[in-house]
Ligand binder design. Structure first.
Ligand SMILES: [Cu+2]
Length: 215
């Protein structure tokens, strides 16, 4: 996953400082992935995660699992204060598959989130794993974040999937995809611009909202 950070020197330096703490949590997730997936990362474009070749899955007899990596970058990191962004914001995952999602949040700010969105919903285990970027932090499995404890959410309303993300942390969870389709996702933390925080990146596609394509 480090190669994803290589495109930006600024981003890379921040990620390296987080990597030490992040490694433990990711190790668990990667170990759970029976078959490696291919991540195609086009600069500036949508991310496509392809499942491992069917042959490999058949040989090992293990179910196909795909790993999707997302980052949340603060507006300041991107040179656009007030405009945090999911990178990528538009992505594709395979249908009828288990998808492990890792969200690395480089935004250290918290937002006041409507209570229902503090609850983890729709993940395989009903929980998420949180690893704080603080030195020495250990991964924790949680089903809910405390008030004021979230910075962003990844919410796919149509799939009843809601994952709150604490400030400066890595969140890992898995979910099962169904039939192919196009699903809008949105962050429900008022992390944007304007008096209410619901403008700017919250209303413009490609920042705190986007499309998950199941194909
Ligand atoms: Cu947000």
């Amino acid at each position: 996953m480090t190669e994803q950070q290589g495109s930006s020197g600024k981003r890379g330096s921040v990620s390296r400082s987080l990597m030490a703490g992040v490694a433990t949590g990711l190790g668990l997730a990667v170990a759970a992935s029976a078959v490696a997936a291919t991540v195609v990362y086009a600069a500036g474009g949508p991310l496509t995660v392809k499942p491992a070749p069917a042959k490999a899955a058949a040989q090992s007899g293990a179910p196909t699992t795909t790993h999707l990596y997302l980052t949340i970058e603060s507006g300041r990191m991107l040179g656009k204060p007030g405009w945090p962004q999911y990178v990528p914001a538009n992505f594709t995952v395979p249908a009828h598959s288990k998808v492990i999602v890792t969200i690395r949040n480089f935004d250290g700010g918290a937002a006041t989130i409507p209570a229902p969105y503090l609850k983890v919903q729709g993940t395989s285990s009903g929980s998420e794993q949180v690893l704080s970027a603080k030195p020495g932090a250990k991964p924790q499995t949680v089903t809910q974040l405390p008030a004021g404890g979230a910075s962003h959410t990844l919410t796919v309303g149509q799939l009843h999937l809601n994952v709150p993300v604490p400030p400066a942390s890595t969140v890992t969870f898995s979910f099962h995809t169904g039939a192919p389709g196009t699903y809008a996702w949105q962050c429900f933390a008022p992390c944007g611009t304007g008096k209410t925080g619901w403008s700017g990146p919250m209303s413009d596609n490609g920042f705190m909202r986007g499309t998950m394509t199941v194909a």
